[in-house]
Design a protein around this ligand. Structure first.
Ligand code: 9MR
Length: 355
């Protein structure tokens, strides 16, 4: 009898083992993301995500999702100054090169993020002692080395990121302190010299929550354009929240389009817990509110002149890898995929918005 039980158990185990590879009906926690639908197939403009290189390399489901859903990628951190250029004479291309190869192998656009920013500044820059000529040379060398390395492979760059304060004044970053307000214009010129075919963006946040800031940004960009500075696009980060008004979202997108530049919603996520409630639960009602907001962003974007639609990029891929819960130490669900890689109502909201 004992042997019979062992035998039957053995047969059952073998049977279960075989089933595993057939994947007939995935258990409820598995994603059900039919391959005939994807954001890249359904949206009439490029749709991207900011990706984490470690996850791309070590998590097959994450990698497969990026491959299936998006036709544009941005490096979440791999192309920042601190990652690429950790010592004055040291460049570390490994992670960023991996992403560019992935993009080439899978026919995806690469948007470069970001050349000059007040964050991700390595110590050697913070501690750099030199006159304004030496600082200018440092900035120019960084920009031109990076843009040249990826010439012809990276379509577009966030050349300068977050140079303005919320009140519309210039952020007093190390770059402004050392080089004056017009460092911004020169960054664009240096990038353009290194790759004349690259599309060059100014990237910032706050367009949807501050009329003052978006006006300052749009005025700055129009003035650069009028001076024939090679600037081609405006990146609006859109780290927004489910209760942001549609009127503000529309004003952000439409005034950006009125600059005549390419428009990139460059870091979209829609926070559901902006008040940092520790025990908050992501209910079906919240999910529907989020879907409506994603839909509105996509619909409004789709209605700007087509030639200006550079695309929409979400910041990260799933709720499980979003920067928000870590940054603000709270539960949140800002993205169109849940932590099990399954499509959320927000995903279908995006598809609806594109109709
Ligand atoms: O998501 C990024 C996070 O992993 C980094 O620690 C942080 C600092 O480099 O930057 C985050 O990405 C930011 C982006 O580069 C610029 N706009 C705001 C993004 C969220 O903070």
């Amino acid at each position: 009898m004992k042997y019979l039980i062992v035998l039957v158990a053995g047969i059952l185990l073998v049977a279960v083992g075989c089933k595993k590879n057939d994947t007939i009906a995935p258990p409820p926690t598995q994603p059900v993301n039919p391959a005939d639908t994807s954001l890249q197939k359904m949206l009439p403009f490029k749709v991207g995500a900011a990706v984490n290189v470690n996850l791309m390399q070590n998590n097959t489901r994450y990698n497969n999702l990026v491959k299936a859903e998006f036709n544009s990628i941005t490096a979440e951190n791999a192309m920042k100054f601190g990652t690429l250029h950790p010592g004055q004479f040291t460049y570390n291309w490994t992670q960023a090169d991996y992403l560019v190869s992935f993009a080439q192998a899978n026919n995806k656009r690469v948007h470069g993020h970001t050349l000059i920013w007040h964050q991700s500044i390595p110590d050697w820059v913070t501690n750099f002692a030199g006159d304004s000529t030496a600082w200018e040379n440092l900035m120019k060398t960084h920009i031109q080395t990076v843009v040249t390395h990826y010439k012809g492979k990276v379509t577009s760059w966030d050349v300068v990121n977050e140079a303005l304060n919320d009140d519309g004044t210039m952020r007093n970053s190390i770059w402004r302190q050392k080089l004056g307000d017009d460092y911004i214009a020169r960054c664009f010129q240096y990038a353009h010299q290194a790759d004349p075919t690259a599309l060059l963006f100014y990237n910032d946040y706050g367009h949807e929550y501050s009329a003052t800031k978006r006006t300052a940004i749009n005025n700055l960009l129009v003035s650069l354009k009028n001076r024939n500075i090679p600037i081609h696009g405006t990146g609006m980060q859109f780290h927004t929240r489910y209760n942001q008004t549609d009127a503000n979202i529309a004003a952000a997108i439409n005034t950006a389009a009125a600059t005549g530049l390419l428009v990139h919603v460059s870091e979209l996520d829609i926070a559901m817990n902006p008040d940092n409630v520790q025990g908050l639960v992501f209910t079906a009602t919240l999910a529907e509110q989020q879907a409506a907001k994603y839909k509105f962003v996509v619909r409004t974007f789709k209605n700007i002149p087509q030639a200006q639609q550079f695309g929409i990029t979400t910041w990260n891929v799933t709720d499980g890898d979003s920067w928000i819960p870590t940054q603000y130490n709270r539960p949140d669900w800002p993205l169109p995929f849940d932590r099990n890689y399954a499509r959320k109502p927000a995903y279908y909201g995006m598809l609806e918005g594109a109709k």
